[in-house]
Design a protein around this ligand. Structure first.
Ligand code: SF4
Length: 376
């Protein structure tokens, strides 16, 4: 509750103090330099009083990264498994839950035994075709990453390995020719039976064209030159990239430098992220406006709930429900409850999810809004 004796400036200062007390901040040297030149970058990494607003969950994913009693493993889909070898990042994006003091700076990592158990789990189920190696950031510990790749690559039924990273923005100098060659060595084309080929690709998180400095572009060119596909993943962020111009600029820069536009994520309802969250409809409107332009609709627009990704195409009619005075998006998902529960450690669906008469999961996702956030 706001103290009525405080002026607006004093109140904002008090909220900023709360933010700093509750969340950690970290920037790499090159990112700190970039933040001085770009407001869009600064807003993503410099703590703000708005983060102290009471909102959101602290652990949207961490609990899931301990599936089947195997630390660092996660599986929610039939054909995919996620491995998180290293949980730390070299900068904390303000719209992400990693900045919480319970998670930030913990430098947790999978042990050799954890990796062995995860690999055994993946080896034992032929339905798993894709392994996503994510974080924190797997590029922060290339030796550990190599250890995981050495074990995952030989599994016969694993055909796709994808590495999720934002460290190319934080430390472009870390993507050396040697690292690019090491990653490319886990690619194999089977000319007799292409279905047996194995691909490795990078999911690169970039939210604004200002992030594509010459060092960053050079870094991912090293990967592309080695034949590695780079997918561009973007989070829709209010006041940063939530305009047709901004997303179009980014897509054009992706396409002209060899990045394939992949996901446009709606910003998740995590702690301290309320002021970054647009309405879900805003992303649909932007994609509709971009539809006439080449390549710009290549993004898959998604929001994420604990049961997985929800894809929404331009023209999709959102269904709204009111829960405790807040606007939620209700959606019949393509995921069957029985399938989800087969891979879950729990015998129940997460809160705000239910099953319809056909056995599909119905989800409820907290919407954002498009008004400017007011600290009052
Ligand atoms: S790099 Fe990724 S995991 Fe790390 S803080 Fe940013 S969004 Fe979160």
């Amino acid at each position: 509750m706001r103290n009525p004796n405080l002026t607006q400036t004093e109140y904002e200062r008090e909220m900023l103090k709360k933010t700093i007390k509750r969340f950690r901040s970290k920037m790499s040297p090159s990112l700190a330099r970039l933040a001085k030149q770009s407001e869009a970058v600064a807003k993503q990494f410099i703590p703000s009083p708005y983060e102290a607003l009471d909102f959101g969950t602290e652990t949207p994913f961490e609990a899931g990264k301990n599936n089947q009693g195997i630390y660092g493993l996660e599986r929610i889909y039939e054909d995919r498994a996620v491995i998180t070898p290293y949980f730390e990042c070299s900068a904390y994006c303000r719209y992400c839950f990693k900045k919480t003091r319970t998670l930030a700076g913990s430098a947790k990592r999978m042990s050799d035994e954890d990796i062995e158990k995860a690999v055994q789990f993946i080896s034992s189920d032929e339905r798993i075709r894709t392994v996503l190696i994510t974080g924190g950031d797997p590029f922060l510990d290339p030796e550990l990453l190599k250890k995981v790749l050495d074990k995952v690559f030989p599994i016969p039924h694993v055909r796709n390995i994808r590495i999720g990273t934002r460290n190319i923005l934080f430390s472009p100098e870390s993507v050396t020719d040697d690292l690019a060659k090491m990653i490319a060595s886990y690619k194999r084309i089977d000319y007799h039976d292409p279905r047996l080929s194995k691909n490795i690709s990078i999911g690169l998180s970039i939210n604004h064209v200002d992030e594509l400095t010459k060092e960053v572009v050079r870094a991912y060119q090293r990967l592309i030159k080695e034949g590695i596909t780079v997918w561009g993943q973007v989070v829709l962020l209010k006041g940063i990239n939530d305009s047709v111009r901004s997303i179009r600029d980014l897509v054009e820069a992706f396409l002209s430098t060899g990045i394939i536009p992949y996901y446009l994520f709606h910003c998740m309802p995590v702690v301290g992220a309320k002021h970054f969250r647009t309405s879900v409809q805003k992303g649909l409107d932007i994609l509709r406006e971009l539809s006439p332009y080449s390549g710009t609709t290549a993004f898959q627009y998604v929001y994420v709930t604990p049961i997985g990704k929800h894809r929404i195409a331009p023209g999709h009619q959102l269904e709204y429900v009111d829960i405790d005075g807040q606007r939620y998006i209700r959606s019949v998902t393509p995921y069957k409850a029985a399938d989800f529960l087969e891979f879950s450690d729990s015998d129940q669906l997460p809160p705000l999810h239910e099953v319809n008469e056909d056995g599909y999961i119905v989800s409820h996702y907290l919407d954002g809004h498009d008004d400017e956030e007011i600290l009052a």
